[in-house]
Design a protein around this ligand. Structure first.
Ligand SMILES: NC(=O)C1=CN([C@@H]2O[C@H](COP(=O)(O)OP(=O)(O)OC[C@H]3O[C@@H](n4cnc5c(N)ncnc54)[C@H](OP(=O)(O)O)[C@@H]3O)[C@@H](O)[C@H]2O)C=CC1
Ligand SMILES: CC(C)=CCC[C@@H](C)[C@H]1CC[C@H]2C3=C(CC[C@]12C)[C@@]1(C)CCC(=O)C[C@@H]1CC3
Length: 332
């Protein structure tokens, strides 16, 4: 049976590099690019098809920042496929990022300098906004839209005899102290990205608790620091080009400067061929690149506890109910 793989945010950056690498590994897969912009998705599909002419590559329109769009996209997936073997939840945003230069300079002269480069902790703030669904945009895009997608296509993912994998692109920037269960959408603070990635880590643990017995396994990946549209929103491309020699130098001290989308996709690709029984529910699988440019995967225990993960999961179930009522009032 040909494996079905769905990738959100597949038209650029890490998502696109993952698609390219998946097809190079196994061009018998049925690959579906789940993207919000059909033109950009079609361009990506054509680029992938030109290097893999015999591959089965399709597109589905899903804007994970809109519940209506997720419901429509999920309906199309259910019409098209009987099951989904690998669901990569990769789409993500970091809107209006700002660097705190004071923290950067202070960090440079502290003993935490390596960790600062690896995680970006304390260096960035973002400006979030509220979506048409009435949710914080970063939370809805990075977490809730994907959560709704899983719920909608649950029958395609849950099969005890043939388990499926859900794989989240999280981040080393996920931080417990940026997240609060009383403000899990992060409407109050300025670190919505960090908060959303921590929520991703908590949610993945909860999904494993609730769905492993039904044949669905969730894992979390950190791609490292990668040059993509997301990082070009933090500093312009010419600046990153300018400091590239410094980045290669930093690579000698931290393996998290993966830099290219190809390298960043390493752990995502690695998980594709893992047996579900071998996965650790609480591990974050990191794409790593050595000073000499060699790629490998390292797993680290996540800083999450079961109680917080349960509480967040219950809150998401409640929010799901509310939003579904709002969108389809006849279901009241
Ligand atoms: N770059 C890095 O250093 C790191 C990135 N990550 C994570 O990796 C993931 C991929 O990002 P990256 O490749 O870097 O950045 P890109 O901006 O290149 O890719 C993000 C992808 O997500 C899509 N996307 C954004 N918003 C939505 C939406 N509402 N609905 C559907 N798709 C959407 C984008 O589509 P469109 O083209 O239409 O905008 C794009 O395809 C993200 O989750 C990010 O948080 C994690 C750690 C480090
Ligand atoms: C000399 C040099 C490399 C300067 C750049 C300083 C900062 C802009 C970066 C240092 C660590 C980076 C980092 C990210 C963004 C850019 C930095 C803060 C991320 C937060 C980007 C998105 C992620 O998901 C994780 C990254 C961690 C490291």
């Amino acid at each position: 049976m040909r494996k079905v793989v769905v990738v959100t945010g597949a038209n650029s950056g890490i998502g696109l590099a993952l698609c390219e690498r998946l097809l190079s590994k196994d061009d018998q897969i049925r690959l579906c690019l789940a993207c919000r912009n059909l033109q950009r998705a079609e361009n990506a599909r054509m680029a992938l098809a030109s290097s893999h002419p015999s591959a089965d590559i399709s597109v589905v329109q899903i804007d994970v920042g809109s519940v209506k769009s997720v419901l429509q996209g999920a309906k199309e997936l259910k019409e098209r496929y009987k099951r989904i073997d690998h669901l990569y939840l990769n789409a993500g945003i970091m809107p209006n990022p700002r660097i705190c230069f004071k923290a950067f300079i202070t960090g440079l002269f502290s003993r935490n300098v390596i960790s600062m480069f690896a995680t970006g902790e304390g260096l960035l703030t973002q400006e979030d906004k509220v979506t048409e669904d009435g949710l914080q945009e970063v939370f809805e895009t990075n977490v809730f839209g994907h959560y709704i997608l899983i719920k909608e296509i649950e029958p395609l993912l849950c099969n005890v005899h043939n388990p499926s994998q859900v794989i989240w692109t999280s981040s080393s920037n996920a931080r417990r102290s940026a997240f609060s269960l009383t403000d899990y959408q992060h409407s109050q603070g300025q670190e919505s990205y960090s908060s959303s990635k921590y929520a991703t880590d908590l949610l993945s643990v909860a999904l494993n608790k609730h769905y492993n017995k039904q044949g669905m396994y969730s894992s979390v990946v950190c791609p490292g620091l990668v040059m993509t549209n997301l990082t070009y929103g933090i500093l312009p491309p010419f600046f990153w080009m300018f400091i590239m020699p410094i980045m290669w130098l930093i690579r000698l001290f931290t393996n998290s400067f993966t830099i290219s989308p190809y390298n960043g996709a390493e752990a995502l690709l690695w998980l594709f061929s893992r047996k579900t029984e071998s996965l650790d529910s609480r591990a974050k699988y990191h794409s790593c690149t050595s000073g000499l440019g060699n790629n490998y995967v390292q797993s680290y225990k996540m800083d999450v506890d079961e109680e917080s993960s349960d509480v967040l999961y219950r809150k998401l179930l409640d929010l799901e109910k509310q939003i579904r009522k709002k969108i389809t009032p006849e279901n009241k």
